[in-house]
Design a protein around this ligand. Structure first.
Ligand code: F0G
Length: 362
C-alpha cells in the first residue's frame, strides 16, 4: 500500500478524497488508490439523434483502472478491509469484480480468492485476475451458485476472509460516487439514468448517490432510474428468479440478484422502470457505440443504450430529456465478442496496387 501521489492522481483526483464527506472514511482508513473514478461523460450526439435521444450522454466507466465501474466500490471495500485487519478477500464474479478485487488486493498486499462460473468469463477479465496473482476457482455452475459459495467461505472461522461482492455495503458506498460525478459534470441531475442490471448493486448505488447529492443541495432533482436486463437473464422484469440465465452479455448473466429489493425500490422511488433487451438489441447498440461514437464498451454495458433505443422507439422517452447511459465496462474485456461482431481484416500483397484493389479503389 502506498500514500504516494503520482502526477496522474493529481490530475485525476482520488475517488476517496474527492467525495470523502459522503464516504465511510476515518483517520484509520488507508489512502488506497489506483486512479479510480473521475471518468468521462461523453455527449453522444450522433448516436443519440439516430435513436431519438439527442441529449444522450455516456458515462464511460471502462476508463477505470481495471476497466470497469467495480473499481469505485472495490477501492473502498478493500481499504475498509485493510482497516479492519483483513489478510484476504474473496468474491464471486462474472469477471469484472474479480479483476478489480485482484488488482486492489494486490496493491494492498492481500490474498485474493475468486470463484467464477466456468466457461462464461470474458478473456480480458480472467487474465487480469490471474496475472494479479488471485487464486481463481472455476465452478461448473453459474454466478448465483458462486455467490452462494463465497458467502459460505466468508463465514468459515478457520480461514478469515472478507467478502467483497456488492453485498459488502462499502462497495455500494464507493459506487454511488459515479452519480455525484454525473451531477457535477452536467451541472444538474439527468432526467433519465439508464444502466445495465445484473446483481443489481450498481442501480442501487446510483440511486443512493443521486438522492444523497440532492439532499446535500448539490442537485435540485433526481433522475428516473431505467434499468435494463438481458432478456435471457431478466428476473427483475419477470418478477421471479431465473434458474438458468443465458445471454451473450456474460457480465449480467445472473438469475437471482442479491440487491433485488434495493433495485425495485430504486425503480419505484424514482418513477423509473426495469425492462429487458434481447441479445440482438444489445449487440446492435454495442456496434453502434463503437462505430458511431467511437466508444468501445463490453456487451453488457451496451444494454443501457439498447434500452434507451427501445424506449424511445416505443414513444416512452421525451426527446428533450437529458439521458445518461452508464457504460459499465471496457470493450477490450471481451475481445472474442468484438472479433465476431466486427468486419474482418482485408488482406493484400505489399504493393500500392494490391492495397488499392483490396480497398476496392481499382
Ligand atoms: N455491467 C458490467 C460490465 C458488469 O460487470 C456488471 C456486473 C454489471 C453491468 C451489472 O452490475 O451487478 O451491480 O447490477 N458484474 C458483476 C461481476 C456481477 O461479477 O463482475 P450489477
Amino acid at each position: 500500500m502506498t500514500d504516494s501521489v503520482t502526477a496522474g492522481a493529481i490530475a485525476r483526483p482520488r475517488l476517496m478524497e474527492r467525495y470523502r464527506r459522503f464516504l465511510p472514511i476515518t483517520e484509520a482508513t488507508p489512502a488506497l488508490t489506483l486512479g479510480e473514478g473521475s471518468t468521462p461523460l461523453v455527449h453522444a450526439g450522433r448516436l443519440g439523434t439516430t435513436i431519438g435521444a439527442p441529449n444522450l450522454y455516456l458515462k464511460v466507466e471502462g476508463q477505470n483502472p481495471t476497466g470497469s465501474f467495480k473499481d469505485r466500490g472495490m477501492v473502498v471495500a478493500v481499504a475498509k478491509a485493510v482497516e479492519a485487519g483483513a489478510r484476504a478477500v474473496v468474491c464471486a464474479s462474472t469477471g469484472n469484480t474479480s479483476a478489480s478485487a485482484a488488482a486492489y488486493g494486490a496493491h494492498a498486499g492481500l490474498e485474493v480468492i475468486v470463484i467464477l462460473p466456468k466457461g462464461h468469463i470474458a478473456l480480458g477479465k480472467l487474465v487480469a485476475a490471474l496475472i494479479a496473482g488471485a487464486r481463481v476457482v472455476a465452478i461448473d455452475g453459474n454466478f448465483d451458485q458462486a455467490l452462494h459459495i463465497v458467502r459460505g467461505l466468508a463465514e468459515q472461522d478457520d480461514h478469515p476472509v472478507t467478502l467483497v461482492n456488492s453485498v459488502n455495503p462499502f462497495r455500494l458506498e464507493g459506487q454511488k460516487t459515479a452519480a455525484f460525478e454525473i451531477c457535477d459534470d452536467l451541472g444538474r441531475a439527468p432526467d433519465v439514468l439508464a444502466i445495465p442490471v445484473g446483481n443489481a448493486g450498481n442501480i442501487s448505488a446510483y440511486w443512493a448517490g443521486f438522492r444523497e447529492y440532492a439532499d446535500a443541495g448539490h442537485a435540485t432533482s433526481t433522475p428516473a432510474m431505467w434499468g435494463f436486463q438481458a432478456a435471457g437473464a431478466a428476473p427483475l422484469v419477470l418478477g421471479r428468479r431465473v434458474e438458468r440465465p443465458e445471454t451473450i452479455a456474460t457480465a449480467i448473466r445472473i438469475g437471482d440478484p442479491a440487491s433485488w429489493d434495493k433495485a425495485v425500490a430504486a425503480r419505484d422511488e424514482s418513477g423509473g422502470r426495469i425492462e429487458a433487451v434481447t441479445d440482438d438489441e444489445i449487440l446492435a447498440a454495442y456496434r453502434d457505440l463503437a462505430q458511431i461514437e467511437g466508444v468501445f464498451c463490453e456487451p453488457a454495458s451496451a444494454a443501457s443504450v439498447a434500452g434507451i433505443r427501445k424506449m424511445a422507439g416505443a414513444g416512452r422517452l421525451d426527446p428533450d430529456a437529458t439521458v445518461v447511459a452508464v457504460l459499465t465496462g471496457h470493450g477490450l474485456k471481451d475481445p472474442g465478442t468484438a472479433e465476431r461482431q466486427a468486419s474482418g481484416v482485408l488482406e493484400a500483397g505489399p504493393t500500392l496496387g494490391a492495397v488499392a484493389v483490396a480497398l476496392g479503389w481499382s
